[in-house]
Design a protein around this ligand. Structure first.
Ligand code: BQF
Length: 301
């Protein structure tokens, strides 16, 4: 069965639109997100456009703040400080990746954790790991919500995460391992956690044997067809976080998106599987909207 992230994200946007409509009807201002983009990376431009379009759909105001790729780290830090101090901005993100000469860690660390709607500051990461109220990183939050809305249980299950990034691999492993009652706000349906989690990466030995013991596999490695059918147990749940652009001259824009899973051959063995596009990606975007509303609710009182 396909885990339809596109549809679930649309359902959540409808819920958000209603929540925001009702607070504006009571005379409150609309929430507002700022998106900082540095340089002209075409993929980043697309992601930022997706985020701003999604904001408009639910009634969140948004502002795009663009800088050339040669901006200095100091200048970008000054922009972050301005946004931290701007009372009209509820949350903001700095679109990644940043140019080589700018430290992503330095920039992320400068963001006020209450406005950190990407959940990437050391404070929010630490609070998430400790099960404290926090803004949770958008992709892991979206994956958790997708599992919850399909009532897929994780208690006692073996979850194998492939990829150890700070943005996806590490936080999704923490969330699914967590005791659910310590879990974070903004969760729906089932409460997820209590899994036994194995994190694998490029140096892992015998990935295939580990994957064959998994009830749930989350692939976030950035490598097309990394997960093949012979690595998957019959009835496993497969979450594909990969977004890889493959050249394809038969389509007008010249590329298509593929995940990290050999979908065609893995799908017949899987109980549930996310497609690319239309799986985790739309859930990531909607999580950003949820986080923006959360930030608004938490500092407008
Ligand atoms: C879909 C991202 C790698 C590095 C930095 C919908 C998005 C993608 C796919 C999207 C991503 C990936 C984003 C689909 C934002 C997800 O229909 O499958 C939406 O816009 N994403 C990002 O901001 O930075 C990234 C992937």
């Amino acid at each position: 069965m396909i885990l339809d992230g596109k549809k679930i994200a649309a359902d959540i946007r409808a819920e958000l639109r209603e929540q925001i409509r009702s607070l504006v009807a009571k005379g409150q201002r609309a929430p507002k997100l700022a998106v900082v983009i540095v340089g002209h990376n075409p993929a980043s431009e697309t992601y930022v456009a997706n985020k701003m379009k999604a904001c408009a759909e639910v009634g969140i105001e948004s502002e795009r703040i663009a800088f050339e790729a040669d901006i200095t780290e100091q200048e970008l830090l000054a922009a972050v400080q301005r946004l931290n101090n701007d009372p009209t901005i509820d949350g903001f993100i700095v679109q990644l990746p940043l140019p080589e000469h700018i430290s992503e860690t330095t920039i992320m660390s400068a963001i006020d954790r209450r406005k950190d709607v990407d959940g990437l500051t050391p404070e929010n990461v630490g609070r998430t790991v400790q099960g404290l109220p926090s803004l949770v990183s958008a992709t892991p939050k979206g994956i958790r919500e997708l599992l919850a809305r399909y009532a897929i249980q994780t208690e006692g299950k073996h979850v194998v995460v492939i990829g150890r990034s700070n943005i996806v691999g590490k936080p999704i492993a923490m969330l699914l391992m967590q005791r659910p009652y310590l879990s974070l706000p903004g969760m729906s349906a089932a409460s997820l956690g209590d899994a036994t989690v194995t994190i694998c990466h490029s140096k892992t030995q015998d990935l295939k044997s580990i994957c064959l013991t998994a009830d749930i596999i989350i692939v976030a490695a950035g490598c097309p067809k990394l997960l093949t059918a012979e690595m998957v147990k019959e009835g496993a749940v497969i979450i594909d976080v990969g977004i890889n652009r493959i050249d394809d001259s038969s389509v007008p824009r010249g590329y298509r998106l593929v995940g990290d899973v050999d979908f065609e051959n893995v799908a017949p063995k899987a109980a549930y599987i996310t497609p690319v596009p239309g799986g985790v990606g739309p859930m990531t975007i909607v999580s950003l909207l949820q986080n923006t509303l959360q930030a608004y609710n938490e500092h407008s009182r």
